[in-house]
Design a protein around this ligand. Structure first.
Ligand SMILES: Nc1ncnc2c1ncn2[C@@H]1O[C@H](COP(=O)(O)OP(=O)(O)OP(=O)(O)O)[C@@H](O)[C@H]1O
Ligand SMILES: [Mg+2]
Length: 169
């Protein structure tokens, strides 16, 4: 299954991220791609809010440290730890193996990887692939494709909620 959603502001991109972060089941993997400035980190900021991490105001690009961890808030049911990775400066998949990527996938949190196409061999088959493109100054197109049943369900539900909301606006 694949679908495309257009956002026309940073706030809308964050709202899309929030929806995905909320609906993503524990253990889900989301792979982000798109040029510099496409808005991947903005989308992840929204995901942190949706996943109800402890301090979602801290989310920034992990470009220089490969991995940022935002802990689940123990006081909230449904809260998930967000593992935010960035493969932009990664030389090869081994560097990612070194941060324990495989283990992260087993933590029942939400694993989100920017520049995922640089390490395709590491991605689990069942991941949600999202590619962001710049349509205009404030307009972004998010092409999303599900790789297996878990990401399919996530994408189907998110797309349905999004179109319902858009129809109500
Ligand atoms: N609709 C939009 N959605 C997201 N970002 C937008 C939008 N419109 C404008 N922007 C701007 O685009 C930039 C996106 O930056 P962001 O760091 O999220 O990109 P990125 O894809 O993570 O880049 P990088 O590959 O460098 O990490 C921000 O400056 C943001 O203000
Ligand atoms: Mg980024």
């Amino acid at each position: 299954m694949s679908t495309a959603i257009i956002t026309t502001s940073v706030e809308q991109t964050m709202a899309l991220g929030r929806l995905l972060g909320d609906l993503a089941p524990p253990g889900a993997c989301i792979a982000l791609d798109g040029i510099l400035g496409a808005g991947k980190t903005q989308l992840v900021r929204g995901m942190a809010v949706g996943a109800q991490v402890e301090d979602c105001s801290l989310v920034c690009s992990p470009t220089y440290c490969l991995l940022n961890i935002y802990r689940a808030d123990a006081r909230r049911t449904g809260s998930k730890t967000l593992y935010h990775l960035d493969a932009y400066r990664v030389l090869d998949a081994d560097q990612f193996a070194a941060v324990g990527f495989e283990e992260l996938l087993e933590q029942r949190g939400l694993v989100v990887l920017e520049w995922a196409s640089r390490v395709p061999s590491l991605l689990p088959h069942d991941h949600l692939a999202i590619v962001g493109t710049v349509e205009a100054e404030f307009s972004r197109r998010w092409c999303m494709r599900a790789g297996g049943p878990v990401s399919h369900r996530l994408l189907e539900t998110a797309a349905a909620v999004w179109s319902q909301r858009s129809a109500n606006d």
